[in-house]
Design a protein around this ligand. Sequence first.
Ligand SMILES: Cc1cc2nc3c(=O)[nH]c(=O)nc-3n(C[C@H](O)[C@H](O)[C@H](O)COP(=O)(O)OP(=O)(O)OC[C@H]3O[C@@H](n4cnc5c(N)ncnc54)[C@H](O)[C@@H]3O)c2cc1C
Length: 451
Amino acid sequence: MSTHRCDIAIAGGGPAGAFAAILLARAGYDTTLIDSGTSPDRIEGLSPRVVDTFRRSDLDPAVLAIGPRLPRRSLWSGKTDSGNGEHIVSRRRFDQALRDAAADAGAGLITTRAERLTAAAKGASVRLADGSTIEARLVIEARGRRAPMAAGRLRGPATIALSGFTTTTPGATPATAVIPVPEGWIWCVDDGDGKRWLQLSADADAITDAGSADALCRRMLDDDTVIAAIGPTETDFSPALHRGTDSVLVAPEFDPKLPRIGDAAVALDPLSGHGMFFAVSSALAMVPIADALLNGDAETIDYARRFYADRIVGTFYRQVRVGRDFYRLEERYAEEPFWAKRRDFPDDMPAYGVVTEPQVSIAVVVEDNRLVEREILVTPDHPGGVARVAGVPIVAALRELAAAETPIQESDPPLISGADRAQTAAVIAWLAERGLAGGADVRPIEGGRKV
Ligand SMILES: Cc1cc2nc3c(=O)[nH]c(=O)nc-3n(C[C@H](O)[C@H](O)[C@H](O)COP(=O)(O)OP(=O)(O)OC[C@H]3O[C@@H](n4cnc5c(N)ncnc54)[C@H](O)[C@@H]3O)c2cc1C
């Protein structure tokens, strides 16, 4: 059987793998993307910051088949909130467009199943369904929820999403809606032309066969609040797609031989609305991580490990705790089994560390596409820390402002060192919003390193 060689092979061409392939190919790596092409089509919503990430990476949302931002109505806790919005995609078209963009960027595409990923003393390999092998200096695991779980995984309550199309009266404004019900919650997307996508999230234990799934959907859709919000649903609605949606920390440890991105590392409950953002942001970090693993010394490889612990594992805990707090907000159903289970996972810790005043910490951050160790400013509204504001290292700026004999201004010299007038203005405005305009003698976080 044949062997193909490349710098980087990526198993899985969903948003994480395909976006990583684009960025790695652009960075000059000989990249091969392997996708089975078997992912089912479905409708999902992208948060506006996912679309911004693509724009900043010179990817046109229209070419990626990303729809316009639709208003999102939430009926959580019995209150109507219409402040948010999301961009709707057909995952088949969107994923294919991303893979096409990867090919345009110079990545090789192989449509087949990646059977097995194996680390070797030097590099790693992928065995394909036809028995051939890809040998690479680095293999990235991006097979989403189909990737094997690593040791020490942590899994939330077993949850399932039942989805499919139905019809409604044409002429409504295209919009999405989120509606909680006693047995779970419903996400509904109306295209305005009478086509409606329904996604019903429920406890996986509530379903034993197709008949019980249909019966569960009927109960959820016939709930009075649902009928009041989106009207009655056709009696023959039967979900075409059943997908597991448990929150899973798939790989708590960084594997420098087979690094993971997207759902292959951290798979989130769709309630978070964070899944696709995590997929693309973990792909963004892959260029500096690949540089560290392929060309770096022991220190930069340690940076990659710390970055994973902080940004990847940290995202899991933050997002599941945010989700837990969101489930807790829905007090009407607190005693229902679906809601009771989700109010307690993963623990009772706050979603964000309790930060009462600005502090300085040290973290590994991405700077000019490299992993570097930097001081970060941790504030009550940025508990994860900020390294730069308007491109200016914020901790150094804060110290300079505190030490300045005459106030540093945004319009006249003196400006913050290394910053132009616009950057100085942006930094001062950002600090003023946090009551720090005059600088601050910020204290290091107890114990030194945060990550
Ligand atoms: C029901 C549901 C609804 C969701 N809704 C939203 C939403 O509205 N908004 C949001 O932001 N997130 C949502 N998410 C989360 C989002 O879908 C994922 O976070 C995102 O798709 C992760 O991207 P990925 O590339 O890591 O994995 P995936 O999208 O799963 O991509 C993995 C790819 O690997 C391929 N593959 C798998 N096995 C193999 C193999 N052996 N060989 C080769 N290729 C393989 C698959 O074909 C697929 O293309 C939802 C998730 C679910 C389950």
